[in-house]
Design a binder for this molecule. Structure first.
Ligand code: ZN
Length: 162
């Protein structure tokens, strides 16, 4: 297990557009695995590569316990509907915000083995994927939030950070 430092808002790294991954190599897999460890350690439900200082288009997500997704070079190929919901971000500590996201998306990309994958997600799952995807284009949820606030005393085991 290897934890990586999470980049915090204010660092220009979070505002850059990431480059595609050329090939899913052992090194890429190692970074993805470190990202999962780092996400879990920080009690998040998603983590994008630029959040650990890697400027490549990939992210990991665990919208439900033990349901891990690895997306390399993801593309959102369809989206529909919209709904407002609460979000937080491991790179934007101690804050939360309400953001409108699609209710349903279809996302395509490579998996941890470099094989093509496509998933359709709804609700919270779709929200997590959109949030992580935005990181790859230098977008933070704050940019889209209609209001930002400090959550009231979140319990230590609350898992709402992405
Ligand atoms: Zn985030």
């Amino acid at each position: 297990m290897a934890l990586r430092n999470i980049v915090i808002e204010g660092d220009p790294i979070l505002r850059k557009v990431c480059r595609p991954v050329d090939e899913v190599t052992d090194r890429i897999r190692m970074i993805l695995d470190d990202m999962v460890d780092t996400m879990r350690d920080a009690q998040g439900v998603g983590l994008a590569a630029p959040q650990v200082g890697i400027m490549r288009r990939m992210f990991v997500a665990e919208p439900e316990v033990d349901e891990i997704y690895y997306f390399v070079n993801p593309e959102i190929v369809a989206s529909e509907g919209e709904e407002e919901g609460e979000e937080a971000c491991l790179s934007v500590p101690e804050l939360a915000g309400k953001v409108v996201r699609p209710t349903k998306i279809t996302i395509r990309g490579l998996d941890r083995d470099g094989n093509p994958q496509e998933h359709t997600f709804e609700g919270f799952h779709a929200r997590v994927m959109c949030h992580e995807y935005d990181h790859l284009d230098g977008i933070l949820y704050r940019d889209k939030a209609e209001q930002m606030f400090r959550p009231e005393e979140p319990s230590p085991d609350e898992r709402n950070d992405q």
